[in-house]
Design a protein around this ligand. Sequence first.
Ligand code: NAD
Length: 487
Amino acid sequence: MADPILIGGEWKAGRAGVVTSIYPADGTVSGEVEGASPEDVDLAVAAGARAAADPAWRDKPQHERATVLYRISDIIKERHEELAQLQRRDNGKPISETRALVASAAGTFRYFGAVCETAENELTPSRGPYLTMSTWEPCGVVAAITPWNSPIASDAQKLAPALAAGNAVVLKPATNTPLVALELGRICLEAGLPPGLISVLPGAGRTVGNALIQHPDVGMVSFTGGTSTGIAIAHMAADKMMPSVLELGGKSPTIVFDDADLDHAVNGVIFGIFSSAGQSCIAGSRLFVDRKIYDAFMDKLVAKTAALRVGDPAGEDTQIGPQISESHRESIEGYVARAREEGGTVLIGGERPTGGVYDQGFFYTPTIVGGLTNAATVCQEEIFGPVLCALPFDGEDDLIEQANESIYGLACGLWTRDYKRAWRVGRRVRAGTIWINTYKLFSISTPFAGHRMSGWGVEKGRLGMRNYMRQKSFYWGMNEGPIPWAD
Ligand code: NAD
């Protein structure tokens, strides 16, 4: 019997087929939940619109609304280990990573509670005998659609600012990972969020997601996922003139200059591509190394990669878990085969590990491919797996040309001791986040945005809440005299 889902704040059976979460480390069932149908979307949106318009919530002072977000944060912290284990079962990430994602989700609710409590409207400079002000108000019902790779963190990244802004949220998690999203919904209710404000509707993107985006009473969509899905969503949103935030795919360059601390850079490059088993939008999947140090650096990199601990996600010292599904692993294998066909050399990995736990789950070895140009398929397309493409460069202009030769623009890593060069190159690379002598470092108070085909709109930071709001301007006539034209 599948578990009920959260429709308009009530736990109910969905009207579509069952959604199954599979543990990628051994293929067993982690949980079965009801799937939502377009009729369930209607119910959730109607309940959301009612709850968001209810004066009991709409007119609640910001500092009081914020207390609900603080309470959500506290409950996430109290249930930290349980949520981390649940997410491990949902998507197979190593427990050390899922613990960090739970901590991040708690921090996100706390941060946006504080943003909510301190957000101000503006009194704008008056240009005559009148008063002008600009206020911010919620969009109403927000559709939040998330991927499977970091569910609790990406769900929180949408729920927290959208709720802080005063909206209702209908969250559609990825079909592979419904469990943590439903638990987050339960926590929101336990924290005292008015029930209609939150729905969690697992189900297929094309049915639940489309019904949600196209619903006339949904006022905004916040999506994280693949670029092709993002383009389809942008079209649907444009058809009803609805604002959207789209956080999409990437093919990020990570760049090692000849003056870098090479051991530090090796660790950073490895972390950048192989953490999350490469299933990360910001994975540093294209490595550019100054040709002067290319061979020496690659020797170190391959040796260190060989020592990575691939295995059971429940293991405390596991660094790399399985891929999310068999079909995803096959897609990675297809890319590595393509790299070989196009003349690439697999320097390490490029296969399924075998024996013991490896035979039960969807594991793939950390892989480095050399000998290609940046035009190769594996250097241009997002693989979303543990595959690093290594390329030499000759001087800054050659580097910038290659690094920017991509449809994406999500992130970039720079490894150098020369801060002037880091600034110069960082400004020329087309990407929304530049990491210097570090990688995948994240702070909720710093904006995150994809450039080019990596998306539009900004998440995180104080302005992150404004995505979920609309501006309204007020003009107050202060002149007691006649209206010039009419009187
Ligand atoms: P996906 O695009 O296949 O799915 C993402 C979500 O969209 C899922 O919930 C899915 O069910 C839903 N969906 C699919 N088709 C839909 C449609 N037609 N209408 C509405 N919803 C639809 O992506 P995925 O495979 O789950 O995740 C991997 C992708 O996400 C990668 O490309 C990765 O780079 C990207 N990602 C981006 C960021 C970022 O912040 N930029 C973060 C994490 C992941």
